[in-house]
Design a protein around this ligand. Structure first.
Ligand code: FAD
Ligand code: EPU
Length: 334
């Protein structure tokens, strides 16, 4: 283990925020976790830094996850179970699956970050979530100094939620994830834009590869590339409200978009609420709200994390005032 001091986190977060970590180490060997456990610093786990907002210097230790490796755990006529080390880049896993014809995660193409973070908030896009293919998650429990494995049910997955983001928050280091991928994939093209994109691409018969590329095209047309404009994807979650509340709002706002969650619950796109409040394309100093996607806050240069945090607070308040809906931040604030 190589322990470094006073390291700038600028290259390690997609928001492009420049703060220092007092202590920093790259974790390449799982056996180092035991020694790291004994270090007397508060521990922060960093994957691709694509879902964090850095608002202050980090006094403790940042552990940059570099655990690598993909192995076939088992296989039958219909499925392959892949054990993937947590420091693998998520999109590279998607490409690996796509290139070997394995289905299940093609709709999640181009989501930045690491495999280890995929169960954290149960990443999702275009009608699919990580939980649909996660068989188990193995993690190092800091307090007990040992590895534990949870099956899918034990992970308590929900919309942008899991036990790792709630009850086990800051208590574990996810070291590997087993995904159950399909040799005879069932394609999920129910998200309208995919069908349309496949048509534009001239694809007659969908395949895992075609769907992955359709998703990539759609994403590139809407979401800012963090290499060009700093951001962490959706800053807020889409809120779920009671159907009764939805019906009252619908009378006032007939164009209010919605998705059914259950008979009594409705999900509302936060991007729509934020756009209605006039924030879309807003820019002040080096930060703002993306012009093509109001759910994405952006750093055009040297914005500070604290300023972006404040902007997100103003957005929260204006949505609450106009619609009575309390947005919740998706991004993890450090
Ligand atoms: P980080 O940002 O490094 O970490 C996020 C949190 O997880 C931190 O609290 C960290 O401590 C914790 N963590 C990370 N790794 C581990 C580990 N091994 N063990 C324990 N805790 C850990 N998300 C979606 O769900 N869907 C999308 O469509 C989507 N699109 C995006 C588009 C863009 C352009 C960007 C920038 C982000 C997008 N995101 C999306 C958000 C982000 O990509 C995901 O949340 C991703 O899983 C974060 O991975 P990461 O490795 O970068 O995590
Ligand atoms: N909308 C607007 N204005 C906007 C943006 C969106 O009115 O500026 C409305 C439109 O009605 C649109 C709807 O919101 O049809 C949905 O927009 P979009 O398809 O872009 O998806 P989203 O709800 O904004 C969610 C996820 C994304 C994920 C996409 C695709 C959340 C918080 N976000 O965004 O995930 O990629 O769906 O499935 O659930 C992320 O979590 O970081 C993320 C990018």
């Amino acid at each position: 283990m190589h322990l470094q001091q006073n390291i700038s986190l600028l290259p390690y977060n997609t928001f492009g925020i420049d703060v220092q970590a007092a202590y920093f180490t790259e974790l390449k060997d799982i056996n180092d976790l035991e020694a790291i456990t004994e270090l007397p610093y508060e521990k922060h786990i960093l994957g691709g830094g694509s879902n964090i907002l850095l608002t202050q210097p980090i006094k403790g230790l940042v552990i940059h996850n570099q655990l690598k490796g993909i192995t076939v755990e088992k296989e039958d006529d219909n499925h392959v179970w892949l054990r993937v080390q947590a420091g693998e880049v998520w999109h590279e896993l998607v490409l690996y699956a796509v290139n070997t014809g394995l289905g299940g995660i093609e709709n999640l193409a181009l989501i930045p970050g690491t495999v280890g973070a995929s169960p954290m908030q149960n990443i999702g896009a275009y009608g699919v979530e990580a939980k649909d293919t996660i068989e188990s998650v193995t993690f190092w429990y800091w307090n007990e100094k040992r590895l534990l494995t949870y099956n899918n049910r034990e992970c308590e997955f929900g919309y942008r939620a899991s036990i790792f983001k709630e009850g086990l928050k800051d208590k574990v280091f996810i070291t590997s994830v087993v995904y159950k991928l399909s040799k005879q994939p069932r394609y999920n093209t129910s998200y309208g834009a995919i069908e349309q994109e496949l048509e534009e691409m001239g694809v007659k018969e969908p395949s895992v590869k075609a769907i992955a590329y359709a998703v990539m095209n759609i994403r590139m047309s809407k979401l800012p590339d963090p290499k060009v404009i700093g951001n962490a994807g959706s800053f807020f979650k889409n809120p779920t409200i009671a159907r009764t509340e939805y019906e009252i709002l619908l009378e006032k706002y007939p164009s209010l978009p919605s998705y059914k969650v259950s008979d009594n619950l409705v999900k509302i796109p936060a991007g729509w609420l934020i756009e209605q409040c006039g924030w879309k394309g807003y820019k002040i100093d080096d930060m703002g709200v993306h012009a093509k996607q109001a759910l994405v806050l952006v750093n055009y240069g040297k914005a500070h994390g604290k300023e972006i945090w404040q902007l997100s607070g103003e957005i929260l308040r204006s949505v609450k005032e106009r619609f009575g809906i309390e947005l919740e931040r998706e991004v993890q604030v450090w």
